[in-house]
Write a protein that binds this ligand. Structure first.
Ligand SMILES: NC(=O)c1ccc[n+]([C@@H]2O[C@H](COP(=O)([O-])OP(=O)(O)OC[C@H]3O[C@@H](n4cnc5c(N)ncnc54)[C@H](OP(=O)(O)O)[C@@H]3O)[C@@H](O)[C@H]2O)c1
Length: 311
């Protein structure tokens, strides 16, 4: 098993549970790449890691810092942050840079954190830059595998060492920004879920479940190197989200369909986010666009009852 895992994006919302999950076993060490090793999240993870977590200074734009951070690590998890630049070409280049550096460092297992290719799935109609840039990196991984295959390179690094993990919106988004206390239409006081999902389904996965899958991939490298795993837990309509919240918490709730134009008005990234919501309004990722899951771990299968899924 890999002994040290570098988590790029380890101080972020997705990365922090992954770091904690990797530390749940006795053997691993985790190195976090961060622009600020003394920052709040890096410090908390180091404290919790009791000497098995270190934070190293680095930047996805700086290849030398990536090479230093990858020196001596067996595995890498890489989640790039579109929103820190709002530039899809730059996110794409960050992904390629991380992969090239990992290959040169001889990293044994690299997990690329991706999202669905909205632009391709909608035949170019709905580009969603923060999805498409990650999917473009996943496509580039595929291109490298194709080249290795053409050259009959049985030990090709992209074919033998890289896994793509395709996720989706966090359940936790519902706690931040998408809900507010309000007087509801029926006169009760409660919570209003403001989601621009129309009559479509909002796909979700919990951060702890993404972390579970990431650890699973690292724990079973021989099964997953060279493959893609797509994970989502649930896709609910707006009324279903409000009803599930009310059922589980006992707090009155309703759904408010936010017009796409209101999302579009958000500075800098509104048009990206509006297209994402429109993509979900028109494309049911769990129901149609993704192949039905043929693989579900026992732990998640057991947990997949309505209160747990939508709670
Ligand atoms: N929100 C969702 O529902 C969702 C779902 C799936 C995927 N995503 C994707 O997740 C990404 C954001 O990650 P997050 O949700 O964990 O957000 P976050 O909490 O804002 O964390 C961003 C992370 O990216 C790191 N980072 C940013 N720029 C960097 C750079 N130039 N070099 C190295 N590290 C850099 C930050 O590290 P430091 O600040 O410590 O340097 C931090 O760890 C986005 O690309 C988004 O598309 C989001």
């Amino acid at each position: 098993m890999d002994t040290t895992v570098l988590v790029i994006g380890g101080t972020g919302a997705m990365g922090r549970p992954i770091v904690r999950s990797l530390m749940s076993g006795p053997d691993r060490k985790v190195r976090i790449l961060t622009r600020d090793p003394e920052g709040r999240h890096a410090a908390a993870l180091k404290r919790a890691g009791g000497g098995r977590v270190e934070a190293v200074q680095g930047n996805l734009d700086d290849e030398a810092s990536l090479a230093t951070a990858m020196s001596g690590v067996g595995a890498v998890f890489c989640n790039t942050d579109f929103f820190s630049t709002a530039n899809p070409r730059r996110e794409y280049e960050q992904g390629l840079r991380a992969l090239r550096t990992a290959k040169a460092a001889g990293v044994g297992h690299f997990i690329w954190s991706s999202l669905d290719d909205a632009g391709a799935l909608t035949d170019g109609r709905l580009p969603v830059p923060h999805y498409d840039a990650k999917a473009a990196v996943a496509s580039w991984i595929g291109l490298m595998r194709s080249e290795e295959f053409m050259q009959q390179d049985a030990g090709g690094w992209f074919s033998k060492n890289v896994t793509t993990l395709v996720t989706g919106p966090y359940f936790e988004n519902l706690q931040a920004g998408l809900v507010q206390a309000a007087s509801l239409a029926d006169g009760r006081q409660g919570q209003r879920f403001n989601i621009a999902i129309g009559s479509g389904r909002w796909p979700m996965i919990a951060l702890d479940d993404i972390a579970w899958f990431a650890k699973h991939l690292f724990d079973h490298p021989d099964e997953w190197r060279g493959r893609t795993l797509r994970v989502l837990s649930e896709a609910l309509t707006g009324p279903e989200i409000a009803a599930a919240f009310e059922r589980v918490t006992g707090i009155a709730a309703e759904f408010h369909d936010v017009p796409l134009d209101s999302v579009r008005a958000i500075p800098a990234v509104g048009h990206d986010l509006a297209n994402m919501f429109q993509f979900f309004q028109e494309y049911d990722l769990i129901g149609r666009e993704r192949a039905p899951s043929t693989w579900l771990p026992a732990g998640l299968r057991d947990a997949a009852e309505p209160g747990r899924r939508a709670g």
